[in-house]
Design a protein around this ligand. Structure first.
Ligand code: DQA
Length: 154
């Protein structure tokens, strides 16, 4: 039997507060809305999805370590503020050989200067920034593209 194609989506600190968090920057849609969006976009593309959110760096790393089991065909991560300083999340991402896409709801190049630098992006295949919820759907399409490329290269 073919293994279900499952994506892991990891969301970092304060993303649980979407809708209430700086609505002028992040909008009025909630974290539940984001999860529903991701599930529905995944379904359209034939993926199952596991969505994990944590405000703690260690929990995010443990979740990424657990993804080493090979149960996922790709990882989408929004490390939130950890993007800008977590070498530990960078290291955890490096261990994963599946396609990895970093997503930011907002345009990190257009805000405070400390947001411009992502220490986690170099461990990912691509970064999508400033596309709102759609960034997650675009990340799924990139994962599909990378998986097809890998399949052809075999
Ligand atoms: C964010 C951008 C980060 O700079 C910020 O710390 C976040 C959210 C985004 O999705 O736009 O928490 O990752």
């Amino acid at each position: 039997m073919a293994m279900a194609k499952t994506l892991l989506i990891v969301n970092g600190p304060n993303l649980n507060m979407l809708g209430r968090r700086e609505p002028s920057i992040y909008g009025s849609e909630t974290y539940d809305d984001l999860q529903m969006f991701c599930r529905s976009e995944a379904q359209k593309r034939g993926y199952l999805v596991e969505i994990f959110q944590s405000n703690s760096e260690g929990e995010i790393i443990t979740r990424l370590n657990r993804a080493m089991t090979g149960n996922y065909v790709g990882v989408i991560i929004n490390p939130a503020a950890y993007t800008h300083y977590s070498y530990a999340i960078y290291d955890a991402l490096l261990m994963l050989s599946v396609p990895k896409i970093e997503v930011h709801l907002t345009n990190i190049y257009n805000r405070e200067s400390f947001r411009i630098n992502s220490v986690t992006a170099p461990a990912c295949d691509r970064q999508i920034s400033g596309r709102g919820f759609n960034g997650y759907a675009e990340a799924m399409d990139l994962i599909t593209m990378f998986l097809e490329e890998r399949e052809r290269g075999r």
